[in-house]
Design a protein. Sequence first.
Length: 365
Amino acid sequence: MEKPLRIKLHIISPVHIGCDDVYEPTGFVIDEKKGRLIEFDPLDFIKSLSAQDRLRFTAICMQGNISSIVSIYKFISGRQVKGREIEIAKELISHYKRVCSLPINDESKIKQELNQFAISRTAYNPHNNLPYIPGSSLKGALRTAYLSKLAKEQKITKYKGKAKDLEIELLGGSFTKDPFRMVKVSDFLSIGNVKTKIGYAVNKKKKISKFEARGPFQILETIKDGAIFEGSINIQQPEQKAEIKKPIMAKELLKSINDFYISAVNEENKVTKEIDAGSIVANRINERFKDKLGKTVFLVRIGRHSGAEAVTIEGNRYIKIMQAKGQQPKFLDHSTTIWLTSETSKPNTNNGLIPFGWAVMEAVE
């Protein structure tokens, strides 16, 4: 068995790992002066209220309809609370005010606005509220890169739209023959007090166009650039009687991910430059890790909005491209839009918008 790899994961651009959780209306307030979302314990909040306010708040919560959510926002807005403070995009303050000022008798308007104000949390440890990187997220990125390497070596390009069949072909069979079941990736826990930020995710066309990309903005909590996480990758070797034909070796795996994601970041950099979003990610990588890339550090991409190219196998991509309403979708070997982080829901310029999900794995002794 190879020695387990101790890995430090350095975040390069905003990372959001979905966990099917949102910031609940009864558990936060947006402080305009601080420019922060403050998450608090609802029970502590209720205890802090006067007897009269406690009755009012309980009555609002008991209504159980969509209008009561706006009433909850109105009740909590402007109150001084103590809790975990999270940096927010500037527009979120005015967005919050707009939600708080909604008329409670217009249910269709309320539904529309609340759908657009859902704040998705990134994956976190419920014991300390700190973000973490699930091992499954990183393992998925490793797998895609390794399979792309195999497909390229074997010159396999006949499985567009048949991802499962392609994996069986590349790995020599189904689960019992899959060498990746011997790759154990731990969860990655934060080093120090890692910060997150809540902002907007906006969809932009990869080529300058007078028409906007389809799809509304999203509000996501992301792990900020500069955060560091620590974990391990343990590559076990199969027993002789196992059906795995070609075990995975650490050196080969690390090279495959670096090659795959360097190619991906270079292609993406061409896009961001063309749409005037600049070379923010590429510059950060070069400034911090250029001399170590492929030696002790290896590029990777994780989390939501990593881009279709980063989660599909090179030479066999079959990416669904939605068309205008009433038209059938197209299927191409590349995506036509890119998701970027933004301070506003409808940015007037692409300058300063940043792609999601880039990180660097550093092998440490």
